[in-house]
Write a new protein. Sequence first.
Length: 177
Amino acid sequence: MMERKRKRYTRPAGRQRKPSYSALTERQKDQYNRTTNLVTDLRRGEGPYTALLRKHHLGSQTARKYAGRDLLGGTRGQQVRASKADRRVRVLMFPTADGDIPIHTRRSQDATRLSEYFHDRDTLLRGKLRAYDFEAKWRGVHVGGRELFADTNAIFQMADDDVLKVEHLYASTGEDR
């Protein structure tokens, strides 16, 4: 009796596994971040897909490679559109007692919440928001499993010491542009 050999599984041609963020090179991380910006602009309706590709200096294949299932359509005459929600890696600045530190998150809600926090903190430092109101809003609020730093006395002290220098919510990759 003849034994059958098992056929080895091979991935279908044309489909690639999405690379993990930590395994990417600096150039690839830059392309990934530009793709994230492309998806965000598509979601906001900033313009057509091809114009946004040019704006973010991306090719269609590169955008599809890094955006994966966040880009929908584009076949059989359909327009390319962004999915409603995503799980893309974002490197954001997070407020602590020692200053702002970069963290990794996959939740767009975390990015939105931190953006609101930094807007309110900037308003507080410009004197247009009372310290009591800031603390009432942000004391005990958690983002990404960590509590936001809401001690206004310490925030004013750090601002005087020039520790708070957040110009962008998203952490810098250390490259000069």
